[in-house]
Design a protein around this ligand. Sequence first.
Ligand code: NAP
Length: 328
Amino acid sequence: MTQAVRWGILGTGRIAHAFATALMDTPGTVLAAVGSRSVESARRFGAEFGAPAAYGSYQALCDAPEVDIIYIGTPHPLHADNASMALEGGKAVLCEKPFTINLREAEQVVALARAKKLFLMEAMWTRYMPALAEVRRIVASGEIGQPRQVLADFGFAGPADPAHRLNDPALGGGALLDLGIYPLSIASAILGPVKSVQAQAEMSASGVDAQTGFTLLHEGGGMSVCSCSLVARTPGELTVSGALGRVRMDAMFHCSPSVTVTLADGTARTVATPYLGNGYVHEALEATRCMREGLLESPGMTLDDTLALMRLLDTMRGQIGLHYPADA
Ligand SMILES: NC(=O)c1ccc[n+]([C@@H]2O[C@H](COP(=O)([O-])OP(=O)(O)OC[C@H]3O[C@@H](n4cnc5c(N)ncnc54)[C@H](OP(=O)(O)O)[C@@H]3O)[C@@H](O)[C@H]2O)c1
C-alpha cells in the first residue's frame, strides 16, 4: 500500500470527533467517508472534517469501495455488530474500547477477522502513548528493581442523566467497562498476563456500577491495585513500584506529558513524554503502519490481549453482579 490509508468513521459522537481530529494530524491517512444513522449528522460531520462521502447508514459506509479501514465509535453494545458489518464489507477495523460488551461477542468478531484475513485492532490508545513507552523502558532498565506493584485509577463525576449511555444498562453503562478497562489494560501491559482478579463495586440506582475496585495477581509475579469511578474525581494516576523505587505518570495516566522516577535514596528526576496532537494520533499512526505493512493485528495490543481483557471484565462483572441485556 503506497497511497494514503483511506479511513471511514462509523458513528458521529464525541469520541468520533476526537478521532477525526487526530486523523487530521496523522500523516499517510485521509478521511474518505463517514457513516451515521442520520444522513444530516453524517453530512455535518463530513463537512467539519472534509470527508468527501457522507452516508446515512452504517451499511452504506461498510460497503463503500473508497474505504480501507473503518473506525468504530458507537456505544459498546453495538461494537460487535458494527465491526462484523465492516469486516463483512471487506474493511479493516479499529474498534473503540471496550472491544465488545462481553467475551462471547469479542471471540466472534476476532474469529471473523481472522477468517477473512483482515486487520483488526482495539482502539486502546493508551498503549501507544510515549509515557507508557518511557515507563516500560525505565522498568526494563532495572532502575526501580523488579516491578512488584502497579497502582492505577481512573474516575470522574459522570453525567446525572439516567438516559446517558454511561448510566443506561442497555447502552453498556457503568464505570468498569468504560473506565476500568484503562487501569486493567495498563496494569497488564506492565506486569503481564493476569492469573486472578477480585472486584468489588458500588452499584448505581440505574443498575450499573457507579464505582469498582479490583486487584490483579499477575502470572509472572506482582500485583495491581486498580479502581474506576463515575462518582469521584480520582487522581487518574499510574505508579509502578519496586524495591529500589517507583515511576509515576505525572498526569492522567492516559495522556501524561511526563513521568517521574523516585528512588530509595530520595532522589527524583522527571522525563518529558510529549505526545502528538490530542493523543489519539499515536493509535491512528499504529493502525496506519499496520495497514501499510500488511499486518493483521498490532503487536502493541494483540487480539489475544483484547480477548484476555474481555475475559477479565466478564469475570469481574460476575463478581459484582453487573449484567447487560446482550449477555442473555
Ligand atoms: N478512547 C477514548 O478515549 C474514548 C473516550 C470516550 C468514549 N470512548 C468509547 O467510544 C464509544 C462511544 O462513546 P462516545 O462518548 O463517543 O458516545 P456518544 O457521544 O454517545 O456517541 C456515540 C455515537 O454512536 C452512534 N450510535 C448508534 N446507536 C446509538 C444508540 N443507540 N445510542 C447512542 N448512540 C448511538 C451515534 O452516532 P450516529 O448518530 O452518527 O449514528 C452516536 O453519536 C464507547 O464505546 C466509549 O467507551 C472512548
